[in-house]
Design a protein. Structure first.
Length: 169
């Protein structure tokens, strides 16, 4: 069994939201899907777009643009859903994250990643693992487990249960 050290590279899936480049640790990503029809779930927050059927499983889809208070854009041929595993308070949930486009998988060494910026005490940046440097550009590395709170995931679970119940009737 191979051991990892601090000098090992980590692979990240990069994607765009508007003009900004973001990245997720590839270990948290299950797959990337083309955009498909999303069934809206009533009484959920704006950032929850709805649910999709993924091989017989109900998977919630969240809009990262809305979660990050970014401007909303129309879906394009490049719009995709990144299926990932999110763990909050020991509870793991599979969810889809809507992205404008997926770019590539990159390798980053620890020295290529700067700490997340501290922007006062009122702005929360704990969901940013760091700022990766790729060529002349920064990549915002997300800690997907910190992007969503336990309350967010409870809403997602409630939405899944309601949709699953409705589909059995």
């Amino acid at each position: 069994m191979a051991t990892t050290t601090d000098t090992d590279t980590t692979q990240y899936l990069t994607f765009k939201l508007g003009e900004e480049m973001f990245a997720l640790d590839i270990a948290k990503v299950r797959e990337v899907l083309d955009f498909t029809t999303v069934t809206r779930v009533p009484r959920t927050p704006d950032f929850m777009r709805g649910v999709i059927n993924l091989r017989g499983s109900v998977v919630p889809v969240v809009d990262l643009r809305r979660k990050f208070n970014m401007s909303i854009s129309e879906n394009t041929v490049n719009t995709c859903i990144i299926i990932s595993e999110v763990t909050v308070d020991g509870d793991t949930t599979v969810l889809g994250a809507l992205a404008d486009s997926v770019q590539e998988v990159i390798d980053l060494m620890p020295e290529d990643i700067a700490h997340a910026p501290r922007i006062g005490t009122k702005l929360k940046t704990e969901f940013i693992k760091g700022m990766g440097r790729q060529n002349d550009r920064f990549v915002i590395i997300l800690d997907i487990d910190q992007v969503f709170s336990a309350d967010d995931l409870a809403i997602v679970h409630d939405g899944q249960a309601g949709t699953a119940l409705a589909s059995t009737r």
